[in-house]
Design a protein around this ligand. Sequence first.
Ligand code: FAD
Length: 471
Amino acid sequence: PLALVWFRNDFRLADNPALLAAVEAGYDPLPVYIHAPHEEGRWRRGAASNAWLHRSLQALGEDLAQRGSRLILRQGDSDKVLQALIAQSGAQAVYWNRKYEPATQPRDAAIKQSLKEQGLHVQSCNGALLSEPWDLRTKSGGPYKVFTPFYRAAMAQLKLPATGDAPASLPSVPDSLESQTLAQLGLAPALGWDAGFWEARQPGEAGAMEALEVFLDGALHGYVEQRDRPDRVGTSRLSPHLHFGEIAPWRVVQALEARRSAKLAAQIDAYIRQLVWRDFAYHLLHHFPHTVEHNLNPRFEHFNWAKASPSKLHAWQRGLTGVPIVDAGMRELWTTGVMHNRVRMIVASYLTKHLRVHWLQGAQWFWDTLVDADLANNTLGWQWVAGTGADASPYFRVFNPVTQAQKFDPEGRYIAQWVTELAKLPLPARFAPWEKPDLLQRLAPDYPRQPIVDLAQGREDALAAYAASKG
Ligand code: FAD
């Protein structure tokens, strides 16, 4: 018998619970990907994500072909495409790994219901998380809003599935089942603006496994000390691979555990803690789906956000604010499709506090430009920095971008790498060039003379708006 295995955001063959369950139940899997961005609502994938998706699907298609199978690509309404495929193939079952976004969760529930009513076997699995959003409850039975108790509960009941290699071979897919070409989905950027994305990253399962190995042999050994340093490769760079399901988080944990030693224990614990932040983000997304657009903390519903002046917003987006660390981060993002976590916090604080622009504007820009754009993590990250979310850093904690740069990019190397016109400026002027107008004029004539908002004034205005929002 045949079963559809509906790939959605789980582009791997190893540790793929839906694929495994179909094979173990004795079905010949028919792998299918349905391109249906209209079903994702406001948060349909942005341009950078699509560029990654294109390559991830290509890799999955090749991995399947190598094993004798084939990825069927279709476009349209998911339910209709599935129905057509069932009619064309005679499949008796449908398997998939769950997604948790508020736009697609009800769709999936409706599809499951109607397929079951037709008498098909339908099974959805956890392919993405260490623990699912409903696995953990507070003592009073509600969802968590604070990370530390969530983390403790998550660690106390962590049960990881065994890892398993990708099947060595898979049954062939009947020729009669047509597929569109990947090019027809129109995901790859036509103008090649994504060239810089692929210098350090390779989409697909093999690229994910490789990134994990590189991390285990390298940055893991100094993760605690280096993870906040944007001028170093101090982290795993796994986020797009995890987002697209090219690697299972439990494989990452098990690979870390296999190396546990007294020397590495603190590094490993710190890393797993970050993976649990990811689960926490999904927990919040599931229990508070409105937070993808609304503040979790209702105090902010009537907050006096500044009207984003198009020129200031544009300056932030393109790294022309005149604040070097902010500009470096925004340019790294534009060129590579990623930004270091510490710098994400700095640029988000600058936008929501110094410029007092609603975090949603920043979240949308990230959504379009990040290759790891992830609705759960992005929403949590923005609401956390803006001070509007769960377990947030309070709004009145305004990052000073100059001291942040001095602390986390002490030699100014990250700034020089991305804001190349400042490379000739000596330290400490590189952190706050407006303080040395003569040097700036002479050595970096193309860089803004002044920040678009005076840092002290921006901070004061933000605090005043916060004080006024009380009550
Ligand atoms: P590592 O330090 O190696 O961490 C390992 C993994 O843990 C990451 O790959 C990620 O899956 C998870 N993780 C790490 N930090 C966090 C965190 N703070 N919250 C949730 N999960 C985390 N991450 C995304 O994956 N997608 C996003 O769209 C996203 N948007 C963000 C927006 C803002 C404003 C902020 C402050 C953070 C955002 N993050 C997002 C979290 C974080 O910046 C990235 O996960 C991290 O930079 C990825 O690099 P890495 O894989 O080398 O991280």
